[in-house]
Design a protein around this ligand. Sequence first.
Ligand SMILES: [Zn+2]
Length: 76
Amino acid sequence: MTFEGKTVEDHVMYNIMESMMNTFENTSLERIRKCNHEECKLYFVDTSKSGKRRWCSMELCGNRKKAAEFYSKQKK
Ligand SMILES: [Zn+2]
C-alpha cells in the first residue's frame, strides 16, 4: 500500500480534501443545500437532474421524516 501522507490520518484527510475540492469544482454553489430534516445539520450536493432533492440522504433523513409523518398521522 502507498500513502500520500505521513500517517494514515494524513492520508484520510488528504482524500477528504481532494474529494471536497472535486465537489466544489464540479458543482454550482446553488446545488449545495442544507438537509430539510429539522434535526439534521448536514449539507449535501443536489446531484439530481430535477434539483429537488431535500435530504442529505434519502435512506437516513428521507425515511426518518416519512416515518415521523406516518406516526404523527396515526396519533390523530
Ligand atoms: Zn439529513
